[in-house]
Structure formats: structure tokens, C-alpha cells
Design a protein around this ligand. Structure first.
Ligand SMILES: [Zn+2]
Length: 252
């Protein structure tokens, strides 16, 4: 694909789409001294680009450890912005765990961008693989998918504004999203390659990890970007939320 002049995302919305009530947070940050119950935010992101709208992740449902308030789910929040599922051109999934893929089937006319390895794992996980809930995507088999291979960098619009990078380790086909807004403001939607700031600061591996070695390499990759001035958006960091602009507010 030939890159045209550098482009940018016009607006980025960070939607808070519910919480996970963890009985003991240590399960998510093994090896640390953090213990006890924790309420962890779950996010979806809407990127508006002149060539199309991109939704990153689809959130969770009010089931299991998930708590989703009335009108808080991703479809309701898009509706409040005047958008129907049909208005979403691409759905990028960082990965297919139950707090990221729960509303996949609400977007039948979008093109999904999911790593091939992630799709294969979600559809036929090994027994130790936790976090996938088949019911969330059983109806999506015939949806349109772009299935990047493991280590491919995807430049979604060919202008450098939305790039998907391989950050596997938490899951087999995990990806993070590099977003460039106007005037060079740069964000990394880390997903669960880094749930929390401590994953980067202290080299803490995500509690759910399909490969520790890969997870550490992904953390190294994110640290490198952070060091180069990219703002990291962590997957479930309640401490970061107060410093973020949450939808209906936005970044541009
Ligand atoms: Zn998650």
C-alpha cells in the first residue's frame, strides 16, 4: 500500500462502557503487593477520520463480573452521538476477550480488523485460554474480516493516522492502536497489553497471559513509544480515568 501524505484522525472519543468488579486485583497484577477488590473501567474508542469511522473494541455485557449501567453500553453511547451501528465502517478489536468483544454481533455491516491468530484462538481456544465467551461472537462467522498476520503493521487508511501493531502476549493475537490526531497529538490505545500504568513502569506482566515472553516484548514496545512522546491509554487503569476526556467529551 502506498502512503499518501500524512493524515490524521479528526476526533477521538473515549467511551467508558462499564466496569469489571474484580474480587482480588492481584490476579491482574501478579507479583505486586496490590490486593483486594477493585472496580476496573472498560473502554471503547471511536475514531473519526475523513475516510471512515473506526470503533476500537465493543465492550462488555452486564454479566459475570461485568457491570454495565443503563445506557452505558457501546451501542447506546453511539446512539446518543446520533450514530447507528451502520455508521461504523471498521471495528478494530484489540483482542476477543469477553470485555472487548461482547457487542461484536451488533455491527453486522462493519468490516472487522482482528488478527488471524486471535480469531483462531477465540473460535477454538486451548483449555487454559481464559476470557473468551463464544456466545458473544457465535453469530459473526460470516461478517467481513480483515485478518492481519501476526507481526504485520496495518496502516488502516494508508496515511499513518491509524496503525495497528502486534502486541501479543496477553492473548495470541493482541494488537494495539496508534492514533495520530491533528497537530501531531499521538495516542496509543494499549488494550490489555498494558491494563495499568504499572505494567509499563514496573514491568508487571498482565495477569492473564498466553505467553510471558511475548507479553514482555509487547511491554517493551509500548515503553519505547511512550519514551518517544506517545500518550498511552491503558486498558483498565482506574487511576488514569480522572485525567482522560471521557465521551461525550473528545480529543481532536
Ligand atoms: Zn480487558
Amino acid at each position: 500500500m502506498e502512503s499518501s501524505a500524512a493524515g490524521f484522525v479528526k476526533r477521538m472519543y473515549i467511551m467508558h462502557v462499564g466496569k469489571i468488579e474484580m474480587p482480588d486485583v492481584n490476579g491482574m497484577m501478579p507479583g505486586t503487593r496490590e490486593h483486594g477488590p477493585a472496580s476496573l473501567p472498560v473502554y471503547c474508542y471511536l475514531l473519526e477520520h475523513e475516510k471512515g469511522r473506526v470503533l476500537v473494541d465493543t465492550g462488555l455485557k452486564n454479566e459475570g463480573l461485568g457491570v454495565v449501567g443503563e445506557g452505558e453500553d457501546v451501542v447506546s453511547q453511539l446512539a446518543k452521538m446520533g450514530l447507528a451501528p451502520d455508521d461504523i465502517d471498521y471495528v478494530v478489536l484489540t483482542h476477543m476477550h469477553l470485555d472487548h468483544a461482547a457487542f461484536m454481533d451488533a455491527f453486522p455491516s462493519s468490516t472487522f480488523v482482528v488478527r488471524r491468530e486471535e480469531l483462531k484462538t477465540a473460535w477454538w481456544p486451548d483449555h487454559f485460554e481464559r476470557g473468551y465467551l463464544f456466545a458473544h461472537y457465535a453469530a459473526t462467522r460470516d461478517f467481513a474480516f480483515i485478518e492481519p498476520r501476526d507481526d504485520e503493521v496495518v496502516d488502516l487508511f494508508g496515511d499513518g493516522s491509524v496503525q495497528l501493531i502486534d502486541t501479543r502476549g496477553h492473548s495470541r493475537g493482541h494488537q494495539s492502536v496508534l492514533v495520530t490526531l491533528g497537530e501531531g497529538r499521538r495516542f496509543v490505545i494499549a488494550g490489555d497489553a498494558a491494563y495499568f500504568e504499572c505494567n509499563l513502569e514496573d514491568w508487571v506482566l498482565p495477569g492473564i497471559c498466553t505467553s510471558s515472553v511475548d507479553a514482555e516484548r509487547s511491554i517493551a514496545k509500548l515503553r519505547q513509544l511512550q519514551g518517544c512522546g506517545w500518550k498511552l491509554l491503558f486498558g483498565h487503569d482506574s487511576g488514569q480515568e480522572s485525567e482522560l476526556r471521557i465521551a461525550p467529551d473528545y480529543y481532536e
